[in-house]
Design a binder for this molecule. Structure first.
Ligand SMILES: Cc1cc2nc3c(=O)[nH]c(=O)nc-3n(C[C@H](O)[C@H](O)[C@H](O)COP(=O)(O)O)c2cc1C
Length: 311
């Protein structure tokens, strides 16, 4: 089954939830362009998120969803609010959504947990997931250990539900490869940061356009909370402190509010400029519609010609 048959969208492409970035307006722009836009919940309580959901509804009549990080302190209220707002698609991260699954599914929502291992994928399917999003550590933001190339086929072999690939997808070649590895569609994040509609500071976009293949690093491994960001002054200081065995309190002093500093203030020196390893591929700022169209059309052309490849 193709992802767009499940979501009712033009393209088999989801815009990943991105805390402090994926507003109602941005998710609506993605949905209007043919993808599945997701409103992010990171840093919000239920009422603030409800406002963003209503903005999204007012700006699109296309399908959209919400990304819920289950470590959100207001998670119970948010879970109930998603039922009241009849949100059609819910992606989850950082926990097990089993206790909300019954209410969400009887309201008619489809639930796609993000997983970084086969074991977690199996747990999520048992809990009632309609599909799982297998996210490799190439991606921006919080990451697991495995790569998309290795994780995706192993998850696809292990579960009976459709698998959506995430991490390391920014052009048609990568979308085509994900389909060949067993995905029904993809979730992208980093490549949409350089869209005209993305509400991040221009300094953030320029940092992404300047980035090379090896411009990102992973901080927070010592804390069990690895995050992929662009290497900058803050990242280098953090990694140095981590190597010296600094404790959580000391490390949090550096990163606290870091994403907002980058997104809102445009501080790309001391902020957390979250980005995936595909940042080296990003060359220009384009409308979301163009980014999604070329991802899809280029992948289709590549898959059509794939039969000509000789081994
Ligand atoms: C700036 C940024 C913030 C992110 N925040 C979240 C988040 O709040 N919740 C989540 O589930 N994933 C988050 N992600 C991961 C994306 O939803 C998506 O899965 C990922 O970006 C896909 O990999 P890619 O960056 O290689 O495209 C974030 C990614 C980025 C780049």
């Amino acid at each position: 089954m193709k992802l767009n048959d499940i979501t009712g969208t033009k393209y088999p492409i989801i815009q990943g939830g991105m805390a402090n970035i994926a507003t109602g307006a941005f998710a609506a722009a993605v949905s209007n362009a043919g993808g599945l836009g997701l409103v992010a919940s990171g840093g919000m309580n239920a009422e603030a998120l409800r406002k963003e959901i209503r903005i999204c509804k007012s700006m699109t009549d296309k399908p959209f969803g919400v990304n819920l990080m289950l470590m959100n302190p207001d998670v119970d209220n948010i879970a109930a609010m998603l039922v009241e707002e009849k949100v059609g698609f819910i992606t989850t991260g950082a926990g097990n959504p089993a206790k909300y699954m019954g209410a969400w599914k009887s309201m008619g929502a489809k639930v796609f947990p993000v997983v970084a291992s086969v074991a977690l994928a199996k747990v999520m399917v048992k809990a009632g997931a309609d599909a799982v999003i297998a996210e490799g550590g190439e991606s921006g933001g919080h990451v697991g250990d495995m790569t998309t190339m290795t994780l995706l086929p192993q998850v696809a072999d292990a579960v009976s539900v459709p698998v959506i690939a995430a991490g390391g997808i920014a052009d048609g070649r990568q979308l085509a490869a994900a389909m060949l590895l067993g995905a029904c569609g993809v979730q992208v994040g980093t490549c949409l940061l350089v869209s005209s509609e993305c509400p991040i500071h221009d300094n953030y976009k320029q940092a992404l356009l300047k980035a090379k293949d090896n411009s990102t690093t992973v901080t927070g491994r010592s804390q069990g909370a690895p995050v992929r960001i662009i290497k900058n002054e803050m990242a280098r200081e953090y990694l140095k402190l981590e190597a010296q065995g600094a404790d959580r309190e000391e490390l949090e002093k550096i990163t606290l509010g870091g994403l907002r500093r980058a997104v809102i203030d445009g501080d790309v020196v001391r902020g957390s400029v979250m980005a995936g390893q595909v940042c080296g591929q990003l060359k220009e700022i384009r409308p979301v519609a163009e980014i999604l169209k070329s991802l899809y059309e280029d992948a289709q052309a590549i898959l059509k010609k794939a039969g000509e490849i000789e081994l």
